[in-house]
Design a protein around this ligand. Sequence first.
Ligand SMILES: [Mg+2]
Length: 349
Amino acid sequence: MHLDLDAFFCSVEVLRDPSLKDKPIVVGGRSENRGVVAAASYPARKFGIHSAMPMIEATRRCKDLIVISSQHGLYRMYSKVIMGILRAESPIIQQVSIDEAYLDLSDEVDQWIEATEIARKIQMRISRDIGLSASVGIATNKMIAKIASDFQKPNGLTVVLPGQEVEFLSPLPVKKIPGIGPKATARLAKYGIYRVQDMSVISEEKLVQRFGKMGSAMTRWSKGIDDRPVHEDHETKSISTERTFSKNIEAQDELLEVIEKLSFKVAEQLKKKKFMAATITVKFRYADFTTYTRQHTLAEPVDDGLEICRIAQKLLVKNWMPGEPVRLLGVGGSHFSEPHGQLSLGLGV
Ligand SMILES: [Mg+2]
């Protein structure tokens, strides 16, 4: 699954100031002479305005254009919350930019309809909880999922079923393939290659002759072949699960029971990601919202639910004030290494 937020920066600005809704706005450098458009709202795009366009050109195209200086800190904050929503649906997620991510659902679902349901759920949560919209593409590989997410923007959901890859790609202009930029598009046009279909009927030999290494890639792309895996976020530094209770808990055995469940969830996620955690963390929040995090680091990293549970329960018993009502409990693992390998400090596994 590939998810891409729709006109992300501009949509965040509309959230902040609803009077901007349906107006041509751009986010970017304010300086009219040197600034560049970082993002354009859909109404602005109707004037041919797009990102990377000089601001001066944008204001020339639309007299009523509203220029907003970008607030990256704010966008990053929204991005983080949204990536959190994605992470709740799939343990394997690769964030590729502030507003874009791939999810590998292969282990999560058995049928395509389930993937579609997850996509709808994510879109609904992003819209209901945040007020933004996202477009989603689902396919057998990353390249097609990415093209699919762009297929029905905004708020689109496009599913390309197994076996339909070539049929989906064939009529598209070659520039829709990520990796084929304006330069390659222009060169392909010289040879009369405009659509993916045109590209697919040219022999790999010929494409290599004309485009070098990229020629082989073009042959693969035109056949819808892409075997790149969804890489774990390199920023994944910890795995944690938590639960907020509808009613505060003050009995120790109940708390320990919750810790057990959470520990096994953490273990499951660690195993899925092929990580082992050297540090186990317990987080608890009292009724008055004071929150404590306590951790223990082991000589040997673990990914076993019982092990994690044993440490987490000890941490809780040692630090929790008996009888004090708890409204939230969490268990986490960090300081990863790969199973049976060296403890990696860089974490860029
Ligand atoms: Mg986007």
